[in-house]
Structure formats: structure tokens, C-alpha cells
Design a protein. Structure first.
Length: 220
């Protein structure tokens, strides 16, 4: 079959931590209460792709998340969720790690507040280390470039906002692929990534609401 008559193969590369955090902020869901429905996420992405390219065919959704270490209190619950995600047809699960890190700015802020007889707790602010994803951007870069070089897809739909992905975007484009950056409306997005993308498209509140829910709403 001549290439012109073939469908346009679309692959999704989804930084789930970014999508969940920025989507929760947009929908005003407390981050700790926000849950993401993997199957509904894939179906929403397919709908977006079909609207952009009527000839689109879905290759796969690469699902990137950070995994808690085995001694973390949230490990078992997260593992059950990840196991369920891995069972969703069309999803390839790719896992980095989550590490607890105390950023230098937080230490400096605590010191300045202490000089004034204040504390983060007294201001109702979170204290101590914060969870940070490690290795996720690297996995996204490797997969995007490797699959582009193999000719596995025609369009990469990247759901992420980090500048660290810029070189991957440019490399993929040099391979003759299109790169679309998809993000929650109003989400943080590196200006360099926005400029480099062939197309930038925001997910509306209605689209986000299909797959993001507060925990109590999911129980209902």
C-alpha cells in the first residue's frame, strides 16, 4: 500500500505526575485527593488525536510515573494502582522512582522564618522533604528518540512541560516526525518546549474532568 493511503500512527508519551498535578490544580482538586483513570485518559487522548488527524491510528500510550520505594508508606497502595494501569490495553507502563528531597530553598525559608520566631507549621505550610520524581524524563527521552529512529510512529503526542525534553523533541523532528505538546489548560509549560513543538494544544476542563476525579467522587 502506498504510504499516502496509510493512516497516521500516533504515539502518546504521558508524564503522569505532570498531568495529575497540573490537572488537579486546574480543577481545584487537592493533589492528595486527585485520582486518575488510566482507561479514560487513553480514550480522551485518542479523541484528541482523532480530532486533529481524522486518519490517525493509535500506536500506544507510554505511561510514565514515579514509583515509591518499598519502605514508603504509600508503596503498597500505589503498587495496586500501577498493576491495574499495566492491565489497561494500549498502555505501556514505564517507571522512574520517587525520592524524598528537601530542596535548598525550603531549608533557607525555614531559617529565615526561624529568625523571626515563625515556622512553616505556624503558617500552615508543609514541612520536611517533598516527593520528587527521578528518571522519568530520561525514560521519555529514550523512548521518543528510539521509537522515532525505528519509524514506529509519525506523530508524538507529548503530555509534559519540562524543558529537559527539548533535545528529544528536536531529535524526533529531525527524524521527520511531528511533535504535539498537550497540557492541561493553564498548566506550566517551558517556553522553549512550547516554541519547539509543531503544535501545542490545551486540554479543557471538560476533557480533564473525564479522567481526573477527587477520591470521594470516584467512590461515589
Amino acid at each position: 500500500m502506498h504510504r499516502a493511503t496509510m493512516s497516521r500512527r500516533v504515539a502518546f508519551f504521558v508524564d503522569v505526575g505532570y498531568l495529575r498535578a497540573e490537572g488537579a490544580k486546574r480543577l481545584r482538586i487537592p493533589p492528595a485527593q486527585c485520582r486518575i483513570d488510566a482507561q479514560a485518559t487513553v480514550e480522551t487522548l485518542k479523541t484528541v488525536a482523532a480530532a486533529l488527524w481524522p486518519d490517525a491510528s493509535f500506536l500506544r500510550c507510554y505511561w510514565y510515573d514515579g514509583q515509591y520505594p518499598s519502605d514508603h508508606p504509600g508503596h503498597d497502595g500505589q503498587q495496586r494502582f500501577l498493576d491495574a494501569v499495566g492491565e489497561v490495553p494500549g498502555i505501556t507502563l514505564r517507571l522512574g522512582t520517587v525520592k524524598l528531597v528537601t530542596p535548598p530553598w525550603l531549608t533557607a525559608l525555614e531559617g529565615r522564618l526561624g529568625e523571626r520566631g515563625l515556622s512553616l507549621e505556624s503558617l500552615g505550610l508543609r514541612t520536611g522533604p517533598i516527593p520528587v520524581q527521578k528518571g522519568v524524563d530520561t525514560l521519555i527521552v529514550l523512548d521518543m528518540v528510539r521509537l522515532a529512529q525505528k519509524g514506529a510512529y509519525d506523530v508524538a503526542v507529548l503530555v509534559a512541560g519540562d524543558r529537559d525534553l527539548l533535545d528529544a523533541v528536536r531529535t524526533v523532528q529531525d527524524e521527520g516526525r511531528l511533535v504535539v505538546v498537550l497540557h492541561p489548560d493553564g498548566a506550566g509549560l517551558a517556553p522553549e518546549l512550547r516554541r519547539a513543538a509543531d503544535l501545542v494544544r490545551a486540554l479543557s476542563d471538560d476533557e480533564l474532568g473525564v479522567f481526573l476525579r477527587a477520591r470521594d467522587a470516584l467512590r461515589g
